[in-house]
Design a protein around this ligand. Structure first.
Ligand SMILES: C[S@@+](CC[C@H](N)C(=O)[O-])C[C@H]1O[C@@H](n2cnc3c(N)ncnc32)[C@H](O)[C@@H]1O
Length: 292
């Protein structure tokens, strides 16, 4: 029987960053579709296109002055598109991601290319915490990374409390003076003004391997620069899954302040992670910060 009560409950506007269901990256079916999106060379989808990633990795290595043997931590590494290139340049790379599907691909690819990359299947928010718990505070995950990366807007999907936790994690992973590279969206990126609703019926596809209905809804919080895309997926058998993708947009001032409060000094603000000077109408802010 269709659970309309549950559906109704999710159509009411939630408080910013209120969770619902599990992240899209962890759903058994959707995570496989996301892997295909990461690997699609023709679209900036779950990852950017290969040529952009090539240039971005080269720019990061040059800008940070990374040399072979230095340790780099890639948080939310997905299928390892940045890790592979960094390891290919001789860096000692650790990739962290909680998507089993993406990490399985990353490990297989590294093995096939003879690259030694330390892939960890875990929530990156607990990365440093879990090492302390395991009593391995002095090992390679604690304070030994020359650089940490969080690429393709991952900082924006975190609640304020999770962003604080993430900054602590990154800080404790970096060496003194270690660099943190990330990118965040501005309100120019999505330009949301109204809270649209949409529905469609589909055969097996992105959200389900069965015939299903998708109820899409947008929630906007313009004063906070927050928005949310919600997807209620109702399968043919009546199963309901709810996904919420939250986005916090930033101004240069807001991201600078948050990083400073988290123990970082801003070294550079760009329009991307390719070194393009920051423009006021940019949809993205690329950031290089230093642990202080
Ligand atoms: C937008 S993708 C970007 C992937 C990669 N940085 C890239 O640009 O190719 C976000 C990635 O972060 C991972 N992720 C999101 N939240 C996470 C968390 N809390 N812990 C570990 N991985 C997470 C997802 O599984 C996904 O692979």
């Amino acid at each position: 029987m269709l659970d309309i009560k549950t559906i109704l409950q999710y159509t009411a506007k939630p408080a910013p960053f209120a969770p619902a269901g599990q992240p899209i990256w962890l759903d058994a079916h959707v995570s496989r579709q996301l892997l295909a999106a990461h690997l699609d060379p023709h679209r900036d989808a779950a990852s950017r296109r290969p040529e952009t990633i090539d240039h971005s990795v080269a720019w990061i290595i040059a800008t940070l002055g990374l040399r072979p043997g230095m340790a780099v931590l890639d948080l939310g590494c997905g299928p390892g598109l940045y890790c592979q290139r960094l390891a290919g340049a001789g860096l000692k790379v650790t990739g962290v991601d909680f998507s089993a599907v993406s990490l399985a691909y990353a490990r297989k690819k590294a093995a096939g290319e003879g690259l030694s990359i330390d892939y960890r299947l875990q929530d990156y928010l607990g990365f440093a915490d879990s090492d302390e718990v395991a009593g391995r505070g002095a090992n390679a995950c604690s304070g030994s990374y020359a650089a940490a990366l969080l690429i393709y807007g991952d900082y924006c999907v975190l609640s304020p409390a999770d962003r604080k936790r993430l900054l602590k994690t990154v800080r404790s992973s970096l060496t003194d003076g270690g660099r943190f590279v990330l990118d965040v969206t501005t309100s120019e990126c999505r330009k949301r003004k109204s809270e649209a609703k949409r529905w469609y019926a589909a055969g097996p596809g992105f959200w389900s391997d069965k015939p299903h209905i998708v109820l899409e809804q947008e929630f906007c919080y313009p004063d906070e620069l927050v928005c949310c895309d919600q997807y209620i997926v109702v399968d043919q058998d009546g199963q309901v899954r709810v996904f919420r993708n939250w986005f916090q947009d930033f101004t240069p001032e807001a991201i600078s302040r948050e990083l400073e409060e988290g123990g970082f000094r801003l070294l550079g603000l760009y329009s991307d992670l390719l070194g393009t000077p920051y423009q006021a109408d940019s949809g993205w802010i690329g950031i290089v910060a230093e642990r202080i």
